[in-house]
Design a protein around this ligand. Structure first.
Ligand SMILES: Cc1ncc(COP(=O)(O)O)c(C=O)c1O
Length: 388
């Protein structure tokens, strides 16, 4: 069987041994120096001023939206545009925190929204755009960013599926005010569970530090603690249990931090192996007209966490689905189809819209493994399966 996820982490055997030793010797396993080091290393690799490590990619999204509400940059009732082809917990935090999701259809060729798709929404109707860079792909990010900045719309990126992909020499996750990542098993690299929020905005970063842990000031710098305590008339003794704003407990552990630091050293290797695999699969897809072409002309690097294949007809879809399944290759739907058709969405949001492209991709597409541990034989078999 060729599975989507081959192992819990890249270089599993040596990582598990190192982890066992780390646990035996560590004095403390709750959030500490390993997490800090991982955040610093992640921010450096991503090219962002700040990175905040949290317990999952889903919590990264929730913490980010709460922080923007606490800062008054978003308000309850605000409308936030999202892509129809996304993950449930890209949209759920909006509903949970009293915002209104406005779902935009994606393009069939890029699996994402683009500056063209954005024309279907009135800029004055939305306060933020929480874009998803699906499966390593993106829309025309430069134009999307320009549209957001011209219209004073906050741009956020859910980059949980696209670490390392690049457009115009810029890594995905560096276009918006902030971006989120997942380090769950099977994503680009794994800390078993985990997520990251990146931003260059210091005020937002400070709020994220508080929202991650109870709304207290313990993780702020000493100077910033002084300011917030003085402003609220709090002495040092009571500061321990003073809660300044709405928050969660989304802290990671030193176990995840340690794993993150081990995996960070393989960042480039993981991204480039996935990219090389992508190119080979893409060539096969391009030369078989049963499949729709994926348009990546605007992208410098595509590093996907799984490889999508969208068939032109449902008949072809059935043919390739059976072919992959018979060859013992694990395949899955291309995320969740038209999000507005999902039961949770229908239960909580009334503005159902028709996203024909997302629906088409859902009904006629599947994704198959692209991970850095695929063997040459497995890659050859996957390429074979993609031939007519
Ligand atoms: C686009 C997107 N956002 C958010 C998440 C949530 O990440 P996690 O599983 O770490 O909670 C995922 C998970 O696959 C995802 O694909």
């Amino acid at each position: 069987m060729i599975k989507l996820m081959k192992s819990t982490f890249y270089k599993e055997e040596e990582t598990k041994k190192a982890l066992a030793n780390f646990i035996l010797e560590a004095e403390m396993l709750s959030m500490g120096e390993e997490c800090k080091k991982f955040e610093y290393g992640f921010a450096q690799k991503q090219g962002r001023a700040h990175a905040l490590y949290v317990s999952s990619g889903s919590m990264a999204n929730l913490v980010l939206i709460q922080a923007l509400l606490n800062l008054g940059r978003l308000h309850r009732g605000d409308r936030v545009a999202v892509s129809s082809l996304t993950w449930a917990t890209n949209i759920m935090p909006l509903i949970q925190l009293g915002l209104v999701p406005v779902v935009l259809d994606c393009e069939k060729e890029t699996l994402n929204i683009s500056s063209q798709t954005l024309q279907s929404v009135k800029a004055t109707d939305i306060q933020a755009l929480f874009i998803t860079n699906a499966l390593g792909f993106s829309g025309d990010m430069e134009q999307i960013r320009k549209w957001c900045s011209e219209n004073e719309i906050i741009m956020l990126e859910d980059n949980c599926e696209s670490l390392g992909s690049q457009v115009s020499g810029i890594k995905l996750g560096n276009f918006g005010l902030a971006s989120t990542f997942s380090t769950f098993v099977g994503h680009h690299f794994s800390t078993v569970e985990g997520g990251m929020i990146c931003t260059d905005d210091e005020e937002l970063y400070d709020m994220l530090l508080m929202v991650r842990a109870h709304g207290w000031d313990r993780n702020l710098s000493a100077e910033k603690q002084r300011v917030i305590r003085d402003k609220n008339g709090i002495g040092d003794f009571f500061s321990r249990y003073t809660f300044y704003d709405l928050a969660f407990n989304a802290r990671p552990t030193e176990i995840g931090g340690f794993l993150g630091n081990r995996q960070l050293q393989y960042w480039d290797e993981i991204v480039s192996t996935r990219e090389n695999n992508f190119k080979r699969f893409q060539n096969c897809i391009e030369s078989n007209d049963d499949f729709l072409s994926l348009d990546v002309r605007h992208m410098d690097v595509v590093s996907n966490f799984a490889m999508p294949a969208v068939c032109r007809t449902h008949e072809s879809f059935e043919k390739y689905r059976k072919r992959f399944e018979n060859a013992q290759v694990e395949i899955r739907p291309i995320i969740a189809g038209d999000m507005t058709k999902q039961p949770f969405y229908k239960k909580y949001v009334t503005n159902e819209s028709l996203c024909e492209n997302a629906d088409f991709i859902h009904k006629n597409g599947f994704y198959f493994p692209n991970n850095p541990e695929l063997t040459e034989e497995e890659i050859a078999l996957l390429c074979d399966l993609l031939h007519k």
